[in-house]
Write a protein that binds this ligand. Structure first.
Ligand SMILES: [Ca+2]
Length: 167
């Protein structure tokens, strides 16, 4: 990677009744990467806990890693995922079943998703060009694996006007 690395990493974690969630949120160029593990916790065979969590994210579109069973798509195996302007809400409920041999029991679910900025300006062009041809770059905006003309087209297609808003 060329130039200064402008990265910020925060870790989050919280828990509620019957669930816990741990994750890291990292800014990589035009995207935020959120990766972690959610857990549903059973104390008894009568439990049917539900997890509900809201991630605070910047505005943008939801995406995921290029190298995955579903390339470019978020890996969010929850029951429901709701993406609004600045939040991603997830919900997940489970019932204890007889395949669980020992209580208490913790059922994990790994997840990863990107939120890719969808407004760009003049400062972004040199950053994209600096990683031209690179694989595994945050500037691979269309998530086909390489930074190329299609990504520049995505960037220019989401150009901010002079007032800072989208045209
Ligand atoms: Ca690309």
């Amino acid at each position: 990677m060329n130039g200064p690395i402008l990265a910020m990493m925060i870790s989050g974690g919280t828990s509620g009744e019957g669930w816990a969630i741990d994750y890291a949120m990292e800014v990589e160029g035009p995207r935020v990467v959120v990766e972690g593990t959610a857990r549903i916790l059973f104390e008894t065979y009568d439990d049917n806990p539900c997890l509900q969590y809201e991630f605070d994210v910047p505005e943008g579109r939801l995406a995921g890693p290029v190298i995955s069973s579903d390339p470019g798509q978020p890996m969010l195996g929850f029951d429901t995922v709701t993406h609004e302007e600045k939040s991603v809400c997830v919900e997940w409920c489970e019932r204890a079943n007889t395949q669980i041999l020992h209580m208490p029991y913790s059922l994990p679910l790994n997840f990863i998703f990107y939120v890719i900025r969808d407004r760009f300006g003049p400062d972004d062009v040199p950053k994209l060009l600096a990683e031209w041809g690179d694989t595994d770059s945050a500037w691979d905006l269309n998530l086909d694996g390489t930074v190329n003309g299609q990504d520049l087209a995505v960037l220019l297609g989401s150009w901010e006007n002079n007032d800072g808003g989208t045209p």
